[in-house]
Design a protein around this ligand. Sequence first.
Ligand code: ZN
Length: 367
Amino acid sequence: MFREVLFVDRLNRFVVLCEEGGRRFPAHLPNPGRLWEILLPGRVLLLEDRGKGDMPRVWGALLGEEVVCLHTTSAASVARKLLEEGCLEDLAGFRVVGTEIPLGNSRLDFLLKRGREKIFLEVKSCTLFFDGLAMFPDAVTVRGRKHVELLADLGGAVLFVVHVPSPFAFLPDFHTDPEFASTLYVARERVLIRAVAVRWDMRGHFQYSHILNLPWEVYEREARDQGSYLLSGYLPETRRIAVGRLGELDFPQGFYVYVGSAMRGLSGRIRRHLRKRKRNHWHIDALLPFLGDIRVFPVRSSERLECAIARELEKAARPVPHFGASDCSCESHLFFLPQPPLKSASFVEVLLRFRMGRIARMLQERK
Ligand SMILES: [Zn+2]
């Protein structure tokens, strides 16, 4: 059994701050992923104690009723067991003859053999899911892309281990890492791609659940260089700023989220926002020079979603009246939050609803 504690903050890539009975302490997090949707304040983490003097280690988290294993390395042992138990139909009869196979600067998880046939198998751990859709990666992965390229050259399989049983479909996360996504899409002709869901329990044991659908036709339609984006930044001190026809506005110190869209050339629009020197064109151009810690969250989609996103954000944050909304009937396309957006469960929920929930709903309606 694990110790149930509350997540407070992520101190760095591998250490989180936890709370148990009013006491706060650090714990080791064996997962370098971003995990935004899991590491939210108040989330229950499952800890395992280690030897004296060692920091306790995060084993997983509770998402409602579901137990999620957060150990990145557990995916490989899950894959091995599923293979040995014959749960992976396409790989029936293969056995593991090598692990951690070095190839150039990369390593692939397994070398499998069936008779004279040999193939490589790479396993990825997937903890990003929402409303029935699972996606990978949750951060740009150059290493992951190289693995897929190697498998396409050498022949092999990639298995995404989804650590909860609720998702029914899997896609590469083309919002976050379009290069990984397109590499996987192209490789699908030569590489066996499978996503498998498992069900973990509170003792740290898992069971095979099912193989997920890979709806590539949704990828083909949605994963283009078009859609909307949420841009967030931090204003370190309260300022009065002239914003075009809106005149001078007072901006309190804090975090701002702006919603825009570019149905032709989304990445070009994002690069423009991040450029220091440019002529002011949009309302946001007046505010951007004063913001630090700028982050952009693309939501690639075939439809223009910016106003729908803005209306949902109204529930999560305070609108700055009329900002960025001259051409539509929204109250605003700019929102104020006192804390960082990624620490706000409602901001993260809006992001996931438009990135993933929308796709899951389309797939469900089609079923
Ligand atoms: Zn609007």
